[in-house]
Design a binder for this molecule. Structure first.
Ligand SMILES: [Zn+2]
Length: 463
């Protein structure tokens, strides 16, 4: 009988990995890094509970590292099959995986310098070059036709919203003449979302593996467009600048889109907007290239063509010199820079310069995990340590929480209600325990479905 094993994203939002087995063949759905708590991160270093050389294929839902970041390690440990993903996910992974390898190397170097690693010398999980080599195994699945991997596994890709290239993966598993359909949602986008088209209506399936990141929360519904314009206008009125620590993929492009809209509607002055992050600039190019995923009106896109994100007031600062030149800027400016939680990257230089001055605003537009510098600033720290020095926080601090790329519980439940028939069983993953359990309760109450919250390494027979 075919089986499904949960190798990650149980009791946590990271490490997504689901193993399907049938007739001695193995398909891994997503191959994510564990992030956050130490006991989770240690799993990246333990041998995978299944021999990587015995996995025949990997299929990816989208390019975020908690769904793809383990691939170079899987390859290092012996995997030599194909990695299937949508066109945009393949392109985005060619940015994110080498960057992840680079960060792994930097972490190892830092641990060696500080001498706090048990392992001497501390080694990276994988290097930049190993990540680049792993990309050779990637193949594009354009999603137009079902993809038949073998007589036991057939894949269909369904639009998931969330970020560019994100797809749900429907797998038809056939063994001994019997077939079952399993749908893996990956991360589910919003209804609607600023740029990316909303998740597609699903077909009936036998089993559903569904995310639950916001299983216990609703997103704010206030008019954040007006609030965004208000924050920028009042900061500029004081003669200050707005610094936005932002994720490079998705959030940066949504901000550019939103600012363009606010300016064209005369809600905001045409201030200079700087995108100071090479990865955000590369990702913006990919948003231009892959308009199959856009939510934008066709003629709005056609009429503006490649100028979609490139308005006259928007500057893309790829070089280090251009980034440094921003330090000399004496007029109100908006600077969008990574990393999104101010844990590293070019945004730190802007924070050192702008945090001590009460004219400026630091604007958070994404989730700030406890323990990060972004979280400290957001929750009222008087000083934060950056590059070894204590920097006073005198700038205004604002948060706009409406730009999440994950459906909240009401959006997920509304999407589930569109299934033509209930799945035989639904598994909730990719959520903290309280979020997954809250969503389980809601689905049972609202839809009377059979819902389980699996644990790490649970193996289910798909009868
Ligand atoms: Zn994601």
């Amino acid at each position: 009988m075919p089986s499904l094993t949960f190798l990650g994203a149980t009791g946590t939002v990271t490490g997504s990995k689901y193993l399907l087995e049938a007739s001695g063949e193995r398909l891994l759905i997503d191959c994510g890094l564990f992030q956050g708590r130490k006991e989770l991160r240690l799993r990246n270093w333990s041998p995978l509970p299944v021999d990587p050389a015995g996995i025949h294929w990997v299929v990816l839902t989208h390019a975020h590292l908690d769904h793809t970041g383990y691939i170079p390690r899987l390859v290092k440990e012996g995997f030599h099959g194909r990695v299937w993903a949508s066109p945009a996910t393949v392109d985005l992974s060619s940015l994110t995986l080498p960057d992840s390898g680079h960060l792994q190397e930097e972490d190892a170097r830092y641990a060696n310098k500080k001498g706090f690693s048990k392992h001497k010398p501390a080694l990276p999980l994988y290097t930049h070059d190993e990540a680049v080599r792993s990309l050779e195994l990637f193949s594009v699945a354009d999603g137009k036709e079902p993809l038949e991997l073998s007589s036991h596994f057939k894949l269909r890709f369904i639009r998931a919203g969330h970020i560019l290239g994100a797809r749900m993966v429907e797998v038809t598993v056939t063994e001994a003449g019997k077939s079952v359909k399993v749908l893996f949602t990956g991360d589910i986008g919003r209804f609607p979302q600023l740029i990316i088209r909303e998740p597609a209506v699903p077909d009936a399936v036998d089993y559903l593996v569904c995310e639950s990141t916001y299983g216990d929360r609703l997103h704010p519904t206030d008019d954040f467009h007006a609030r965004m314009a208000g924050i920028v206008e009042s900061t500029a009125g004081r003669g200050g600048s707005v610094i936005i620590p932002s994720f490079a993929i998705g959030r940066t492009q949504e901000l550019l889109y939103l600012f363009r809209k606010l300016i064209s509607q005369n809600q905001m002055h045409e201030l200079p907007i700087h995108v100071d992050s090479p990865m955000a600039i590369d990702a913006t190019d990919l948003y231009r290239k892959h308009h199959e995923d856009h939510n934008l009106e066709a003629d709005e896109f056609e009429s503006e063509g490649h100028r979609l994100f490139a308005q006259p007031n928007v500057h893309f600062d790829r070089s280090v010199e251009a980034s440094k030149a921003l330090n000399e800027c004496r007029y109100p400016t908006v600077i969008i820079s990574a990393s999104g939680m101010a844990t590293g990257g070019r945004v730190l230089h802007h924070l050192v310069r702008c945090l001590p001055d009460h004219h400026n605003t630091i604007l958070f537009v994404g989730f700030q995990a406890p323990g990060t510098r972004g979280h400290s600033i957001q929750t009222g720290a008087e000083t934060v340590k950056i590059h070894g020095q204590q920097v006073p926080v005198r700038a205004h601090v604002e948060t706009i929480g409406n730009l999440s790329a994950h459906a909240d519980y009401s959006e997920i439940t509304r999407w589930l209600a569109k299934f033509p028939a209930p799945p035989r069983k639904t598994f909730l993953t990719h959520g903290e325990p309280h979020a997954a359990e809250a969503l389980q309760q809601r689905i049972v109450e609202k839809l009377q479905w059979t819902v389980a919250v699996p644990s790490y390494l649970d193996k289910i027979a798909l009868g």
